[in-house]
Design a protein around this ligand. Structure first.
Ligand code: DAH
Length: 339
């Protein structure tokens, strides 16, 4: 019996040492120490031993059980430690790897150009004013000296909420709103979104943007108008830029003009961009009509002023060489991420 016990112990210890995972160890435990295990079987045969042998064999059997149990538990620990070490190795994080940068958005080209324009005028002492996009017919037309049935309304067809309320066709109505509230000196620009019921194509959009300007004070002349707008053109398009003023007509200014700048692309020699004229039309302007000052509750005998209005979209397209206004509104990331 002693040999059998020794043999069981050696076999058990050998297979414990060879075990690779905790499942193996559990099988070994059942095989030797379980209810039907080999050691248990042997102990069942103890009854057949002599009274002298019994305590000796009992002791030995307990020793064998203890050896197997302690070898089992130390092997369990070893396997657990190995598994942990393996996990730590596999799941380790290299904190020195460069991180994934979140991609930052950028400013829309219209916003960038508006910021540039605003900076130029702020530098000349202008303030920024804003007006509503849903506007009264009165401010959009009437008070700008464009009565009902005036032909100038034809070129500014828009979206009507009702007879008297519409989506503004230009930023000019804010001139009146500011004059009503503020007495001269007035020196403002008014950036904003405007609407016209135009069909969409490369140069037309029912929604676009304008920047209005208004200066009212004593002794304001056409010389002030030309000086301010010439400085603006040079700051915006470069010091070499020349300007020219062509007579024009707007109901709310008298006299009125359109201002051209020498073509940014060819510097005035003529190219495809300027249709070989060397000039690019950039804005409308004029001396504020006395009737418009009156609508703004300003005395035309004491004060005079000039006003101007330009299309932000057209200027942005000029600066960036964009040939289709629709690109500004499609929100195509491939287009926008170029700016
Ligand atoms: N409101 C005009 C338009 O949308 C542009 C304009 C022309 C504004 C002359 C002005 C101005 O203030 O003086 O076509």
């Amino acid at each position: 019996m002693r040999e059998m016990l020794e043999k069981i112990r050696n076999q058990a210890l050998d297979s414990i040492r060879d075990a690779k995972q905790s499942d193996d160890l559990e099988a070994i435990r059942v095989k030797y120490l379980g209810k039907k295990g080999e050691l248990t079987q042997i102990l069942r045969g103890m009854g057949k031993l002599s009274p002298e042998e019994r305590p000796v064999m009992g002791q030995l059997a307990n020793k064998v059980r203890g050896d197997i149990e302690s070898e089992l538990s130390s092997k369990v620990r070893e396997i657990e430690e190995m598994a942990l070490a393996k996990r730590l190795r596999e799941e380790s994080i290299d904190v020195t790897l460069p991180g994934k940068r979140p991609s930052l958005g950028g400013l829309h080209p219209l916003t960038t150009v508006l910021n540039l324009i605003t900076d130029v005028f702020l530098g000349m002492g202008f303030n920024v004013a804003e007006g509503p996009e849903v506007e009264l017919d009165y401010y959009n037309f009437e008070a700008l000296n464009i009565p009902r049935n005036h032909p100038a309304r034809d070129t500014q067809d828009t979206f009507y909420i009702n007879q008297n309320i519409l989506l503004r066709t230009h930023t000019s109505p804010t001139q009146i709103r500011v004059m009503e509230k503020q007495s001269p000196p007035i020196k403002i620009i008014v950036p904003g979104r405007v609407y016209r019921s135009d069909a969409v194509d490369a140069t037309h959009s029912p929604i676009f943007h304008q920047i209005e300007g208004l200066v009212v004070d004593e002794n304001i002349t056409m010389g002030d108008l030309k000086g301010v707008l010439d400085v603006f053109a040079k700051r915006m398009f470069g010091e070499k830029t020349r300007t020219r003023f062509r007579p024009h007509h707007f109901p709310f200014t008298e006299p009125s003009a359109e201002m051209d700048v020498s073509c940014v692309t060819c510097e005035g020699t003529g190219c495809r961009i300027c249709s070989n004229t060397g000039w690019i039309e950039i804005l409308g302007a004029g001396m504020v009509h006395p009737k418009v000052l009156e609508y703004g509750k300003i005395d035309p005998n004491r004060y005079s002023g000039f006003a101007f209005g330009m299309g932000l979209d057209r200027i942005a397209n000029q600066i960036y060489g964009i040939d289709d206004i629709r690109l500004l509104y499609e929100n195509d990331i491939r287009f926008l991420s170029q700016f």
